[in-house]
Design a protein around this ligand. Structure first.
Ligand code: DX5
Ligand code: ZN
Length: 216
């Protein structure tokens, strides 16, 4: 079954703890944490201290999506803050192999994210060691953007590679995920749907999460 990962980027930051409890009660599987540095992406969000302060509010899997330059400098801080997995961007990694090893050595799951224009082939050799591949289906930096259609091809390509090889990374999709495209995404191979505005932008979190799980 697909995992639904609400992105707290669209949550009410003044009530983060309550928002986490609410989505957990409403049936969320993971919590997606968008870490932005104002350099790799134009926006700034929050760092390890905030993650640490909300860790006790939820028993769900904490999935840290690092949209930052020099991500390796922050692995230990996020590990100490209690995240379960760290995903870095292919485009920020000069030494991706080393970064993946470092994340694994901290006992965390390791993922790589691809911007819309970055091909899957750029991470092919790392796939056997990855726990997650996060396909960005919008240009990272903001919530509430429109899904970029050609990124679906990359989800399908990853599914084919996964089936052929038996590697067990999960395929995640992030950006513009809405009930209207959820069924197609799942059918194409997405195993984790990250969604910000399609959950936190709604009144009824339970209905919003179910709508993503089954599609419209
Ligand atoms: C964008 C972030 C996403 C964002 C998705 O850079 O990585 O996780 O929160 O927001 P929606 O679901 O509103 O497109
Ligand atoms: Zn994200």
């Amino acid at each position: 079954m697909v995992n639904i990962a609400p992105s707290i980027l669209s949550a009410d930051f003044s009530r983060l703890g309550e928002e986490l409890e609410a989505v957990e009660k409403a049936g969320a599987d993971w919590i997606h944490l968008d870490i932005m540095d104002g350099h790799f992406v134009p926006n700034l969000t929050f760092g390890a201290p905030v993650v640490k302060s909300i860790r006790s509010k939820s028993g769900l899997y904490f999935d840290a999506h690092l949209m930052v330059m020099n991500p390796d400098d922050h692995f230990e801080d996020f590990a100490r803050a209690g995240v379960d997995g760290i995903t870095i961007h292919q485009e920020t990694g000069l030494h991706l192999d080393r970064s993946i090893t470092a994340i694994k050595e901290l006992g965390l799951d390791a993922g790589i994210s691809l911007n819309p224009a970055t091909p899957v082939s750029t991470i092919e050799h790392l796939l056997p060691r990855l726990d997650l591949v996060l396909i960005m289906s919008v240009n990272p930096g903001f919530g509430g953007q429109r899904f970029i259609d050609y990124t679906l091809d990359k989800i399908i390509a990853l599914k084919v590679l996964k089936e052929k090889s038996g590697w067990d990374f999960k395929i995640a999709v992030d950006g513009g995920v809405v009930p209207e495209n959820a069924a197609l995404l799942i059918e194409s191979g997405a195993e984790v749907l990250v969604a910000g505005s399609a959950i936190f932008g709604k009144e009824d979190y339970r209905a919003a999460i179910s709508a993503l799980r089954v599609g419209l």
